[in-house]
Design a protein around this ligand. Structure first.
Ligand code: NAD
Ligand code: UDP
Length: 347
């Protein structure tokens, strides 16, 4: 605050978002690896609002302190700069293990490091779960199904992954992370949960992330052509991040140990998705006018799955979960968030 005589006064008081008061007996001490990332930071918000104690472990490769800055200094919150490839000692009751780059450009930037993160990072976190008897949840991915021959994909499908292609560091890394998770369950009685997450979008996606939703929104906002890789007939099913967070917390706290798909069953071709996003960006209230936005085709990405859609029967049956947000509604909120960032000069 600048006072009338021009001196600057610093206040140590901060206004934090309100959190529920939980009795110490009900309050979990929760570790979230990758908690400064896109999904992780939304999960952290929810766990904090619920009244738990949250420790975030992140090396800030793709995440940023900005995503959790509103909690820094809160007595229930701790942010630790750490790479999960190295062991970490702490006492916790639950571990959400998210740390891993998730967008193709980021996980392909240093493929060996991506494999190390999935393999060594997951071993370290499972070792921690074993010692502390914490419940462990792995955020696996629909990518473990590869370019699927079964559609929609059920959890019983074993997948169709190229083990030596450019996506293998991520897909195979997550497959071995699942194998490790069930090995620790069988061998060491670790209490495990595995979420197979399908394409997720929402506020706090990094504009430079390289995934399709942030690419298309940023391109439309800058009146640049939307870039479709390949013919655009490949499909994806997109879920809004708040639905995913609901599913992760339900899964952690239910007594179900098999893998569970978490995704929205609304399936789009990338071509149709581009048109939908362009129209939403153009029609929503604008701070900066968006001019005519074209769509252009670029060469297809190697090993790009042709189709993807979750079968969520298991999540419905065992978690009582299904998405609450229509894709268009989520896209609208995400477009509004990106626009706000643009107005504030943050992107
Ligand atoms: P993200 O890139 O925004 O977040 C990943 C976080 O992990 C970042 O904060 C990053 O800095 C951190 N990280 C990466 N390597 C690390 C390391 N070695 N040590 C410590 N921290 C590290 O990605 P996201 O979309 O939030 O994904 C989170 C998790 O969910 C990932 O495990 C991803 O595989 C999984 N997932 C996400 C999606 C999706 O569509 N968002 C889909 C399937 C699975
Ligand atoms: N994609 C695209 N243009 C882009 C980014 C992605 O056409 O600017 C396509 C990509 O080839 C894939 C789909 O959109 O078919 C989803 O890509 P993303 O990287 O978001 O996720 P993933 O391939 O991991 O599902």
């Amino acid at each position: 605050k600048v006072s009338t005589d021009g001196t600057v006064q610093y206040s140590m008081q901060r206004n934090y978002p309100a959190v529920r008061q939980l009795s110490p007996a009900k309050r979990e001490r929760i570790l979230v690896t990758g908690g400064a990332g896109f999904v992780g930071s939304h999960l952290v918000d929810r766990l904090m609002w619920m009244g738990h104690e949250v420790i975030v472990l992140d090396n800030f490769f793709t995440g940023t302190k900005r995503n959790v800055q509103h909690w820094i200094g809160h007595p229930h919150f701790e942010l630790v700069s750490h790479d999960v490839v190295d062991p970490f000692m702490i006492e916790v009751s639950q571990i959400y293990h998210l740390a891993c780059p998730a967008s193709p450009p980021h996980y392909q930037y240093n493929p060996t490091k991506t494999v190390k993160t999935s393999v060594m990072g997951t071993i370290n976190m499972l070792g921690l779960a074993k010692r502390t008897k914490a419940r462990f949840l792995l955020t696996s991915t629909s990518e473990i199904y590869g370019d699927p021959e079964e559609h929609p994909q059920k959890e019983t499908y074993w997948g169709h992954v190229n083990p030596i292609g450019p996506r293998a560091c991520y897909d195979e890394g997550k497959r071995i992370a699942e194998t490790l998770t069930y090995s620790y369950m069988r061998q060491n009685d670790v209490d495990v949960r595995v979420a197979r997450i399908f394409n997720t979008f929402g506020p706090r996606m990094s504009p430079a992330d390289g995934r399709v939703v942030s690419n298309f929104i940023m391109q439309a906002l800058r009146s640049e052509p939307l870039t479709i890789y390949g013919d655009g007939d490949q499909t994806r099913s997109f879920q809004y991040v708040h639905d995913l967070v609901d599913g992760l917390i339900l899964l952690m706290n239910k007594n179900y140990m098999e893998p569970v798909n978490l995704g929205n069953t609304e399936e789009y071709t990338i071509k149709d998705f581009a048109i939908m996003i362009r129209d939403q960006v153009i029609s929503s209230p604008v701070a900066k006018p968006v001019n005519d936005v074209k769509i252009k085709t670029l060469p297809a990405a190697m090993d790009d799955p042709r189709k993807r859609k979750p079968d969520i029967t298991r999540a419905k049956k065992y978690l009582g979960w299904e998405p609450r947000f229509a894709v268009k509604q989520g896209i609208q909120e995400t477009v509004d968030w990106f626009k706000l960032q643009q107005v504030e000069g943050a992107i």
